[in-house]
Design a protein around this ligand. Structure first.
Ligand code: CP
Length: 309
């Protein structure tokens, strides 16, 4: 069983909890792929997706996960809610709690916003990405797709190239993959590597080739133009030429290496279109893993609530 009513990040979660989520998600994924999209596991429960930032994958998969599990589900976008009239996050949370909500999946531009909400409400809070802090369900779905390919995460090398500095995905993957016994290597312009990332356990490569050398999974991360204050690298075409992943770079990876990306992709910047659409790409599979992981987390948090809340 999970140890908390919320899923806020992978920093404080155990390897056993990650394994439980991945095992449950694997079952969910097989069920969905075989056409089963109707479960009673969350019947009578309510899920609200509360998104203060744009999203395609995370929001739609949380919504569908809730619906497939039998929950009542609604979405609130900050742009069309009373947030526009100045309502605080805590007051929004209290309002949702008064509507007998069981689960809130939240995306917020401020790191720590889901934790603040979780302290305030009795609902289970699921972090769908908070600022530059964490994106736990994304890292879990990445781990699910990688684990499915190799049967284990232990002993694997995962190379992450791209905008590490602004990436909540890189941080959650680092916490999760290390706990599961994988090695994490990163490479980017120095301006896009956050200070102290090595102290968290990442290997900082000095070249693309070193980063990818012998890697089992190569992850491109989106250059987050919306979070750049400017001047961190000269241009997107130069980024692609000197830091992007292409066929030549992939020659240094393990022969059976796969290519992953959390999406959305800047085509031709982090990865070439050939790699995105090629046979080693698992980018579409990651989306299905995302649905399965979110179903699994909702199921497991529901079990926690039955036992503790
Ligand atoms: N990977 C990810 O979080 O994608 P969205 O922004 O589309 O949710």
């Amino acid at each position: 069983m999970l140890r908390s009513k919320d899923l806020l990040g992978l920093r404080d979660i155990t390897a056993e909890e990650i394994t439980l989520i991945l095992d449950t998600a694997e079952e969910m994924k097989q069920a969905v792929k075989s056409g089963k999209k109707s479960f009673d596991l969350l019947k009578g429960k309510t899920l609200v997706t509360l998104f203060y930032e744009n999203s395609t994958r995370t929001r739609s998969s949380f919504e569908l996960a809730g619906k497939y599990l039998g929950a009542t589900e609604i979405n609130i976008s900050a742009s069309s809610s009373s947030v526009q009239k100045g309502e605080t996050l805590i007051d929004t949370g209290k309002t949702l709690q008064a509507l007998a909500t069981d689960f809130i999946a939240i995306r917020h531009p401020m790191g720590g916003a889901p934790a603040l909400l979780a302290q305030t409400v009795g609902c289970s809070v699921l972090n769908g990405g908070d600022g530059m802090n964490e994106h736990p369900t994304q890292a879990l779905l990445d781990m699910l797709s990688i684990r499915e390919e190799f049967g284990t995460l232990k002993g694997l090398k995962v190379a992450i190239l791209g905008d590490i500095k602004h990436s909540r995905v890189a941080k959650s993957n680092l916490f999760g993959l290390k706990k599961m016994g994988a090695e994490v290597w990163v490479y980017a312009p120095k301006t896009l590597i956050p200070k102290g990332f090595d102290e968290l356990g990442a290997h900082i490569a000095t070249s693309r080739e070193q980063c990818v050398d012998g890697a089992n999974a190569v992850m491109g991360l989106r250059i987050q133009l919306e979070r750049q204050s400017g001047g961190l690298f000269p241009s997107l075409s130069e980024y692609s030429r000197f830091y992007g992943v292409n066929d030549e770079v992939m020659k240094h990876a393990d022969k059976k290496a796969i290519v992953v990306h959390p999406g959305p992709v800047n085509r031709g910047v982090e990865l070439t279109p050939k790699l995105i659409d090629g046979s080693t790409s698992r980018i579409e599979d990651q989306v299905t893993s995302g649905l399965a992981v979110r179903m699994a987390v909702l199921k497991l948090l529901s079990e926690y609530r039955e036992a503790h809340v």
